[in-house]
Ligand binder design. Structure first.
Ligand code: LIP
Length: 270
């Protein structure tokens, strides 16, 4: 089994190359290739092209590892490791030219299931901002080589909380009602539009907390490790691990104050 820092090096090299391509394609103009779960859930030709080069580079570097990507699906490997990839997280931002999108690459031990995997290394590159967030399990988290630490001792009423909304209109309405319940109890809400950058925002102290329901594994695989390595508590509903039911990341004290509220607001299955 390679060391986590070796895996991180592979992830970083590939993510930087993928980020350069994403930025180039954005400058050339972005075309929608298809829509997925709804008309607003788009995939661009750049998403597909970027994932293609990521998948090829990982196969060349780690031919026996598994792959699980947003656009090209899953392939089981024989090594016990799986690369979990969102080629362009924040696709709608990318399509509109909003400079908050990211290449997210993580490598996990075990099945690509957030309920059971052990994340070993993760990289989130925001090409528009020239920011590289990275973490190896047990090795801390960094932004462009500078060590990251979450905020601490944040009271709920002074917490800046990130969240996001799904592509299904009915779910978005429910998520909007959760924001209505929460916004008067915290400092303010931010909707950045890319879960990986939200989670890296918690790691960097740009957000005190982040939560979202309905995320796919590739949305949070790398960012959750980066947040955890920067000192955040990362979890899901009640004592569950982060999953599509709910992803919550916050500095530990705030997590214990925020999580009961989020459990109450997400008590129903919707
Ligand atoms: C996005 C997430 C974001 C969520 C969006 C979308 P995508 O992922 O990163 O947090 O609010 O609805 O799911 O689709 O851009 O890869």
């Amino acid at each position: 089994m390679p060391a986590n820092v070796e895996l991180l090096g592979i992830a970083r090299t590939i993510a930087l190359r993928a980020g350069d391509l994403a930025r180039l394609r954005r400058a050339e103009g972005v075309e929608i290739a298809a829509s997925k779960s709804s008309l607003s859930d788009i995939v661009t030709r750049a998403d597909q092209e970027v994932e293609h080069i990521i998948r090829g580079a990982i196969a060349a570097a780690r031919p026996n590892d598994g792959f699980y990507g947003e656009e090209s699906g899953a392939e089981t490997g024989s090594s016990g490791l799986t690369w979990v990839v969102d080629p362009i997280d924040g696709t709608v931002n990318y399509f509109y030219g909003i400079p908050s999108y990211a290449v997210s690459i993580a490598v996990v031990e075990g099945d690509p299931d957030p309920q059971t995997w052990r994340a070993l290394a993760g990289v989130v590159v925001n090409p528009a901002a020239g920011e590289v967030f990275a973490a190896a399990a047990g090795g801390g988290a960094a932004l462009n080589g500078q060590t990251l630490h979450v905020n601490h001792d944040t009271e709920l009423e002074l917490a800046l909380v990130g969240t996001g909304f799904g592509y299904d209109a009915t779910r978005r309405e429910r998520q909007g009602r959760v924001v209505t319940e929460l916004i008067g109890r915290v400092r303010d809400i931010r909707r950045i539009g890319a879960a990986s950058l939200d989670l890296c925002g918690v790691a960097a102290g740009r957000l005190d907390a982040y939560y979202e329901r309905g995320l796919n594994p590739w949305d949070h695989a790398a960012g959750a490790l980066i947040a955890a390595e920067a000192g955040a508590t990362v979890g899901g509903l009640r004592d569950a691990r982060a999953s599509s039911d709910l992803v919550v990341a916050a500095e530990p004290g705030l997590f214990s104050r925020l999580n009961p509220l989020l459990q109450e607001f997400h008590r129903d299955d919707w």
